[in-house]
Design a protein around this ligand. Sequence first.
Ligand code: FAD
Ligand code: EPU
Length: 357
Amino acid sequence: MINTQPGNSEIMQTAPLFIQQHVSLTDFNTFGIGATARYFALIQTSLELQALLLEPAFHEIPKLILGDGSNVLFTQQYDGLVIKNAIKGIQITKENEDHVWLKMGAGENWHQFVMYCIQQGYGGIENLSLIPGTIGAAPVQNIGAYGVELGDVFSKLEAMNLNDGTIKTFTREECQFGYRDSIFKNAYKDQYAILSVELCLDKKPQFHVEYGNIKDMLQSMQIQDLSIKAVSDAVIHIRKSKLPDPKELGNAGSFFKNPLISHSHFSELKKNFPHIPSFPNENSDSIKIPAAWLIEQCGWKGKRLGDVGVYEKQALILVNYNANNSNGAALLALAQKIQESVNEKFSVQLTPEVKVC
Ligand code: FAD
Ligand code: EPU
């Protein structure tokens, strides 16, 4: 039985579960927001998670599965149970001449895994180098960058139902991946903890270098022979030149998704804003436009309001200039002001990519 009486950030019960109370989340989110969690548990195995979920004291309270906190914004104290996922392990589950299937614990670090695959010569995720966070969070928003998405190499995942502790396998189809989207942000929002993810990678890699300025970067790096390592290096160079390092400046990457608008809306906007950019067509029903451009046109780029602001080199990134404080509410207020001005000027509603708690 786990003691759930309020305490002062001390450990409440011994093995197998360590549940702390009133724990600072500053080091558990890349914005560096100093919110606290009412209850906090670090889990290293699915059995530990199951035991935690079956504990009657936690049946009715809100639960947040946390990876590395690189896509969450805490706007207030978290009055529930934060479950920090630290399930580790990487194993090859299947292999043939062309492909290798790898299954990873959800608490493995994404970028370290990408580096491991590059070392082994497994291709497919080199364009996703340097994305912060855990393996388990990657399917939640179907992480993507430089022309590749997780869904392109995804095989299956195992997840635990937070209501009854049962485990279900999800195929790629069942995950319903879309642009920064999956079933875990819709029908099964906050319903499952992802325990492990299996990917299918290439032993004979195909290179994706068409997107953005990867080719230019490869050229300026004087790369003669294309390799997955070279593509990864190019992506890392580009990312470092554009995105703030959360260790130096609190942020969660793109705060909003790039909006998808109808062709007729885009034609209307083009009349008033002839230079409005758009991404190459992925979906015939709609056009994706860069939120960063809309935000910059509204004059927000580089603006600072007290301790929070819009990054000077990339208008889609909101930043926290002062870690370990309660700037979450101020960041949310800034995000809402940005949404209002973009809506007023362009009649486009921006949707946050970041999970607001
Ligand atoms: P968290 O922030 O801890 O959680 C994010 C969401 O996933 C929450 O809703 C959480 O409840 C849920 N979640 C986490 N783990 C699990 C689990 N095991 N089971 C169920 N739900 C879970 N994203 C991109 O797609 N492309 C980019 O290029 C990119 N660049 C970034 C650059 C920077 C500098 C930063 C700070 C962020 C960037 N992101 C990018 C966003 C972020 O890295 C990804 O969303 C990442 O997958 C989040 O991982 P995490 O472990 O930190 O998740
Ligand atoms: N732009 C501006 N002003 C800016 C920045 C960009 O006008 O300050 C315009 C330019 O027209 C530029 C376009 O926006 O060509 C796109 O900018 P960028 O290439 O920097 O990409 P993004 O759309 O802002 C998306 C993802 C990133 C991902 C990159 C590379 C989303 C919400 N964001 O950013 O993902 O790394 O492409 O693929 O889709 C994240 O999700 O957290 C993230 C960082």
